[in-house]
Design a binder for this molecule. Structure first.
Ligand code: ZN
Length: 225
């Protein structure tokens, strides 16, 4: 989605944490530069921000920060922008014919709010009903981590995890709930330490009340939907 080039409109869109698309908005030339070239450029950008703020970059404590932050952006917290980092989707045949719901809960989520570049920290709960294909349990954690390592909107992260698992498992019957704290809400702005945000995406059979209820019972969330 594109909106008019109006700073106030962009500001309020970001402050209200409204995402514009279920795909991460990446340019076509996003991987024209190598990681090393990106780190070199971002290092200078971070130094510029710090110098603009009036910090003395010759101080031993600050001297290495631009390079450290640049490496962290490219290789760690935004490393999931690169499709090459996507966990490979090795699946197995469901030999034991387990046709019930499989739930993986309390998967750690470390992500970054794309509107403020501050951390989003929480838990993801995933469920699927196998149609004959299963994935290794750790694969679900890796998929969450891959999509979390991007500038994100929590709703988009939830949808991306479900879509990826629907692809990998070749079934629509996948659901994900994420319960997370946004440090941009908890530490600044309205400064509400206690609040967290719950997002959910229910595919296939999980759109049915009974199946959804079973999933919610398993993860024992008393959230009302
Ligand atoms: Zn934010």
């Amino acid at each position: 989605m594109k909106i008019e080039n109006n700073i106030e409109e962009y500001d309020s869109l970001g402050d209200n944490h409204i995402g514009t698309s279920s795909n991460t908005p990446l340019r076509n030339d996003a991987f024209r530069l190598s990681n090393e070239e990106k780190i070199d450029i971002i290092k200078d950008d971070v130094r510029h921000i710090m110098e603009t703020l009036g910090l003395d970059l010759t101080d031993d404590s600050l001297n290495g920060t631009p390079n450290r932050v640049a490496k962290m952006f490219v290789k760690e917290i935004f490393g999931g922008l690169n499709p090459k980092k996507k966990p490979n989707a090795s699946t197995f045949e469901n030999k034991y014919k387990y046709g019930e719901m499989l739930v993986e809960k309390n998967i750690t989520v470390y992500s970054t709010c794309e509107h403020h570049l501050l951390p989003i920290v929480g838990r993801a709960h995933i469920a699927y009903i196998s149609n004959g294909t299963v994935v290794g349990l750790s694969k679900m954690n890796r998929i969450v981590d891959y999509f979390a390592k991007r500038p994100q909107v929590q709703e988009r992260l939830t949808i991306q995890v479900v879509k990826e698992l629907q692809d990998v498992l070749d079934t629509q019957d996948v659901a994900c709930i994420i319960d997370a704290k946004h440090l941009c809400v908890n530490s600044r702005g309205i400064r509400d330490i206690e609040s967290s945000t719950v997002t959910s995406e229910f595919g296939g059979k999980f759109k049915e009340e009974a199946t959804r209820r079973e999933f919610l019972d398993y993860i024992k969330l008393d959230t009302k939907f």
